[in-house]
Design a protein around this ligand. Structure first.
Ligand SMILES: O=C(O)CCC(=O)C(=O)O
Ligand SMILES: [Fe+2]
Length: 204
């Protein structure tokens, strides 16, 4: 759609390339195979895991109405390079074809999350105030087979509808960090995921 009344200062900016979809999520089945997922799952260490926290106006807080799960972080050491590299390639590929954001790398360590019965993450964006204002893309990987848990869908809000992402083990889902998403409460069993945040210069 053309601009009805352009700001005077930006008249020189050319509008191009407006046919890519900047709200949708992109699924990559088989980003990791079953053996690789198994190897990632062995990194889970209950003693190291902590109750999840949420960034509220720039401060990490316990916020149990918004989120309940256990999390730990994957160290960026040599033995884990293959995990970081695989996700970086996936993000660069999807970004090049779809989102075309300025992205420069992982904003923090990758998070490993475990959702047990009644654990959830209510509607939220990964983008926000302070430390998270330079998040551009988010990636999550399904580390549990759908038969291991009930409910616990990762969902995206697009207009007024919630869409469930595929649950197949090894599938990566990449989305803009400003997309609204949630994890429905797990009814039984356990769901594990990797979550990564890819940063770059703040949106402008
Ligand atoms: O577990 C997931 O797949 C997504 C979790 C999430 O939205 C987050 O950690 O920001
Ligand atoms: Fe999130």
């Amino acid at each position: 759609m053309a601009i009805f009344k352009p700001f005077r200062q930006v008249q020189q900016i050319k509008r191009k390339d407006l046919n890519h979809d900047l709200v949708d999520y992109v699924c990559l089945p088989g980003c990791f195979n079953a053996a690789e997922v198994q190897a990632i799952r062995t990194l889970w260490n209950d003693a190291e895991a902590e109750d999840s926290r949420v960034n509220v106006s720039g401060v990490a807080k316990d916020y149990s109405e918004l989120r309940k799960s256990r999390v730990m972080f994957i160290d960026a050491m040599k033995e884990n390079d293959w995990i970081y590299n695989r996700l970086a390639e996936a993000c660069l590929q999807v970004n090049m074809n779809r989102f075309k954001f300025d992205i420069t790398g992982f904003q923090t360590k990758l998070q490993l999350a475990t959702y047990g019965p009644d654990d959830f993450f209510e509607w939220h964006m990964d983008y926000g105030v302070g430390d998270v204002s330079d998040r551009k893309l988010s990636i999550t990987v399904q580390l549990s087979d759908p038969s291991e848990y009930e409910d616990g869908d990762l969902q995206f809000m697009i207009n007024h509808k919630a869409f469930s992402a595929p649950k197949e083990l090894g599938t990566a889902i990449i989305f803009p960090s400003y997309a609204m998403h949630r994890v429905l409460p797990v009814a039984s069993g356990q769901r594990q995921s990797i979550v990564g945040w890819i940063g770059g210069a703040p949106f402008r």
